[in-house]
Design a protein around this ligand. Structure first.
Ligand code: 1HE
Length: 264
C-alpha cells in the first residue's frame, strides 16, 4: 500500500491489484473516531479529490470502534444558526461519499453510533463483524440526527425501527443489525476489513459506467414514480450497454471466455 496524509485523523492508502482501491481510515482512536468539524471537512475534501485511477473505496475505523459519531465536545458552543450550518456541512461531506466518484464499502466494528451510523449509511455496501453495534444516542442526548440520518437510515431499516431507536435508546447488536438491514454482510470478529477489501476488488473490476449507474441512477430511480422510473431506467440501460466495455464483456461471455454465475 502507498500512503498519503490529508489530515492527521484520517488516512488514505491505496490497495488492490492496480492500487485502484482507496482505503480511508478514521484515525482518531483515543476519541473513538468521533467526528469533529476538521475531520468532516477532510472527509469531504478526500472524496472530492479522489485520484482518477481509483475504482472503489473502503472506509474503516482505527482502534476498537468504527465511529462514536459527532464530537460532542464541539456541540456545546453552537447556537441555532450555527447548528443549521453544521448540519449542512455534514450533508455536503456525506453527499460526496454517496454520490462521489466510486462505490464505497464500509467495514464496521464496535460502535457504529450517531453520526458514525450516518456515515455508514451514506456508503454503498456495509460489512460488519460480530463486535459491531448500532445506536442513535441523539435521542437521549437531547438532540436530533443532523448528518442525513433521517433520510438515509429509514431506507435501510424503516421509519418504525429508527423511531424506536431514538425514542428508547435501543441498541442493535451485529446479528440483529444485519437482520434489520444495517449491514449486507456479517463476518466473524476482526474480518470486516478483509471482506470489505475483497468486495471492493470485485466492485473495482466492474465496468465503471455500470458502477456509475448503480451509484447515481439507481437511488434516484427508486425515488421516482414507476412510470418515470421505467423511462429513466431505459435511458440508463441504453447508455451503459452502448459503451465499448459492455460489448467486450458480453462478447467474452458468448465466446466462453468470461466467468459463469456460480453459487460459491
Ligand atoms: C467522545 C465521543 C464523542 C467517545 N464525542 N468524545 N455519540 C455518542 O453519544 C456516543 C458517545 N460515546 C460512547 O457512548 C462511547 O464512547 C463508545 C460506546 C463509543 C465507546 O466506549 P468506550 O468505553 O470504548 O470509550 P470511552 O471511554 O467512552 O471514550 C474514550 C474517549 O473518547 C473519552 O475521552 P477521554 O478524554 O475521557 O479519554 C470519551 O469522552 C471520548 N469520546 N465518544 C466526543 N462522540 C451530525 S449529527 C450527529 C449526532 C451524533 O452523532 S450524536 C451521538 C454522539
Amino acid at each position: 500500500m502507498t500512503q498519503k496524509k490529508p489530515n492527521k485523523d484520517i488516512q488514505l492508502e491505496f490497495a488492490g491489484k492496480h492500487q485502484e482501491i482507496a482505503v480511508v481510515r478514521l484515525s482518531r482512536p483515543a476519541k473513538r473516531n468521533a467526528l469533529n468539524d476538521a475531520l468532516i471537512l477532510a472527509l469531504r475534501e478526500l472524496f472530492e479529490n479522489m485520484p482518477a485511477s481509483v475504482r472503489a473505496a473502503v472506509i474503516h475505523g482505527e482502534g476498537t470502534h468504527f465511529c462514536a459519531g459527532l464530537d460532542l465536545g464541539e456541540l456545546q458552543e453552537r447556537d441555532a444558526g450555527q447548528g443549521m450550518h453544521h448540519s449542512r456541512m455534514w450533508h455536503a461531506a456525506l453527499e460526496r461519499v454517496q454520490y462521489g466518484p466510486v462505490p464505497v464499502i464500509a467495514a464496521l466494528h464496535g460502535a457504529v453510533v450517531g453520526g458514525g451510523l450516518e456515515l455508514a449509511s451514506a456508503c454503498h455496501i456495509r460489512v460488519a463483524d460480530t463486535s459491531a453495534f448500532y445506536a442513535l444516542p441523539e435521542g437521549s442526548r437531547g438532540i436530533f440526527v443532523g448528518g442525513g440520518g433521517s433520510v438515509r437510515i429509514p431506507k435501510l431499516i424503516g421509519v418504525a425501527r429508527m423511531t424506536d431507536m431514538m425514542l428508547t435508546g435501543r441498541v442493535y447488536n451485529a446479528e440483529d443489525g444485519e437482520r434489520a438491514g444495517f449491514a449486507q454482510y456479517l463476518v466473524p470478529e476482526g474480518q470486516a476489513f478483509d471482506k470489505a477489501l475483497a468486495l471492493a476488488q470485485r466492485v473495482a473490476d466492474n465496468a465503471p459506467l455500470t458502477n456509475y449507474a448503480l451509484m447515481h441512477a439507481l437511488p434516484r430511480i427508486a425515488e421516482q414514480p414507476a412510470d418515470q422510473g421505467f423511462f429513466t431506467e431505459a435511458l440508463m440501460a441504453a447508455i451503459v450497454q452502448n459503451a465499448p466495455e459492455a460489448k467486450t464483456r458480453v462478447k467474452a461471455f458468448l465466446e466462453g471466455k468470461a466467468g459463469k454465475v456460480s453459487k460459491s
